[in-house]
Write a protein that binds this ligand. Structure first.
Ligand code: C5P
Length: 223
């Protein structure tokens, strides 16, 4: 019997990360933060001064980069160790997001990360969070969700998140970055951000977190 997968895709700030972690925790399933893999590769490439548009070298970097997640308690954000260094804080910065989005457009990089992502599918189940979890990485997933929220609300969430972490940003700057990243992610030729045909869409604008978690869990009748 195949290991069940719940994919949760959507744009940045749609609440994917928070919702996926909480749902994985409630189900007792593993959690894949695929965005963190792209961010880690972007960061590792920058560390070794690889040109982010150099597909061959960035893909080699993706193959080599060692990424470990140290799972947090009760759905807390895990620490992410990249090539032996704790990169948790750096990974959340907008610079890492922009680097991730740049290297994520390279087919060779996506290819290099394919097996790394599928390796997270372990019993009793996996919640996979990203952009192409339901379309490319786990097209056979039993359950697929596509989360959205207005760009303004997503910018506000990111703003709060970063401010809580002591990162200084402006709401306006974030909104512009989010819109630019959305456009890049939706328009790229490989694995563009789009809902799988069989995904259930949930608009999280104005919805409290526990309501979204409840709606996602309601999709898994066998629980
Ligand atoms: O979700 P997160 O904001 O951490 O993702 C960072 C970037 O990584 C995204 O903007 C996107 O370009 C890329 N990404 C991707 N495919 C995924 C996850 C993330 O292309 N499955």
């Amino acid at each position: 019997k195949t290991v069940p997968v719940l994919t949760i895709d959507g744009p940045s700030g749609s609440g994917k990360g928070t919702i996926s972690r909480l749902v994985a925790n409630r189900l007792g399933w593993h959690y894949l933060d695929s965005g963190a893999l792209y961010r880690a590769v972007g960061l590792a490439a920058a560390w070794s001064q690889v040109d982010l548009s150099d597909a061959e070298h960035v893909a080699a970097c993706a193959e080599r980069t060692e990424i470990h997640f140290e799972t947090g308690e009760g759905g807390a954000e895990p620490r992410v160790i990249v090539n032996g260094k704790d990169a948790t804080h750096q990974l959340r910065m907008e610079t890492a997001g922009a680097a991730a989005s740049a290297i994520a457009a390279l087919p060779a990089v996506r290819e290099a990360l394919l097996d790394k992502q599928r390796a997270f599918r372990q019993p009793p189940g996996l919640v996979a969070d990203g952009r192409d979890m339901g379309t490319v990485i786990f097209p056979d997933a039993r359950h697929k969700v596509f989360l959205t929220a207005s760009a303004e609300e997503r910018a506000e969430r990111r703003y709060k998140q970063l401010k809580d972490k002591g990162v200084s940003v402006t709401l306006d700057g974030l909104l512009r970055e989010i819109l630019a990243r959305d456009a890049r992610d939706a328009e790229r030729a490989v694995a563009p951000l789009r809902p799988a045909e069989d995904a259930v869409r949930i608009d999280t604008t104005g919805l409290p977190i526990d309501e979204v978690v409840a709606r996602v869990l309601a999709l898994l009748p066998e629980r």
